[in-house]
Design a protein. Structure first.
Length: 267
């Protein structure tokens, strides 16, 4: 091949590359944009699916007995004047009447509810029964004080060994600290502990009212009703205890082991 032919081939290849290179660049740019769009659509679909799975199933129709936690739990006010008035009335109850009120709320969700004796209740204020399974409730009627992580640890310690298929509810008229929520989130059996703050409580009450269920708020405080004296020794009070055999709850005397009185909790 002579020098003329070689030069012609080189010139032809150069011209071909100059013409083809923009087309090649355009082709690969189109492929890149298409792939980027597909990845973005796939990411959006995964996010939507994850959000759908994170929504908790209501316990009774469309009403949730536990409110999904917010980022920092900074909301400490009712959503409307009527909600604020209702919350004020609830906060004005005696601790005993507040527990009775919460027990009535749970009864409208198919539970049988039994409040525990006022003194030495072991961190459990209400024992719930449903479909042969026991659940537990602690109530904190706070106005300004928030539920701290130390209180959550105490509640967790009181119920963790008794959650045999049941759940534990912590109900407050105020809010939970972020540390308290984190403690529940990362604890063993934490998925069985439901936190109901002031906003969640109002949501439950309003949902029942929409269904025509209105639970009256008592005007008279009578804390002494919950203090049940031991009928045997008369010097102690009845407190909730659990059987060593099957962990079923019962009332026992606060003076144990001096007094061995026991009383069955009616389910």
């Amino acid at each position: 091949m002579d020098s003329y032919t070689v030069g012609t081939v080189v010139i032809f290849c150069s011209i071909t590359w100059i013409i083809a290179s923009p087309l090649v660049i355009f082709h690969y740019r189109k492929l890149y944009l298409t792939a980027s769009r597909e990845l973005e659509e796939l990411s959006q679909k995964k996010t939507t699916a994850a959000d759908a799975q994170s929504i908790k199933k209501p316990i009774s129709e469309n009403v949730q007995l536990d409110k999904k936690p917010t980022a920092d739990d900074m909301s400490n006010s009712a959503t409307s004047p009527s909600d604020h008035e209702l919350l004020t009335k609830i906060r004005s109850m005696s601790p005993y009447n507040f527990e009775k009120y919460i027990a009535q709320l749970f009864e409208h969700f198919g539970y049988s509810a039994a409040t525990t004796p006022y003194k030495r209740d072991g961190g459990i204020d209400i024992v719930l029964y449903k479909n042969g399974v026991q659940s537990y409730v602690q109530c904190k009627k706070y106005i300004e004080k928030i539920v701290k992580v130390s209180e959550m640890r105490d509640f967790y310690g009181a119920v963790v060994d008794h959650l045999h298929g049941g759940e534990a509810f912590f109900v407050t008229t105020n809010i939970f600290s972020s540390d308290a929520r984190k403690f529940v989130k990362y604890s063993t059996n934490g998925n069985r502990i439901r936190l109901i703050d002031n906003t969640g409580l109002l949501t439950i009450i309003r949902a029942l009212e929409d269904k025509g269920v209105v639970i009256p708020i008592p005007d008279v405080s009578d804390i002494s009703q919950k203090i049940k004296p031991c009928p045997r020794c008369r010097g102690g009070h009845l407190v909730i205890r659990h059987s060593k055999k099957d962990r079923s709850p019962f009332y026992g005397c606060s003076n144990y082991p001096e007094c061995h009185y026991m009383q069955k909790i009616d389910s």
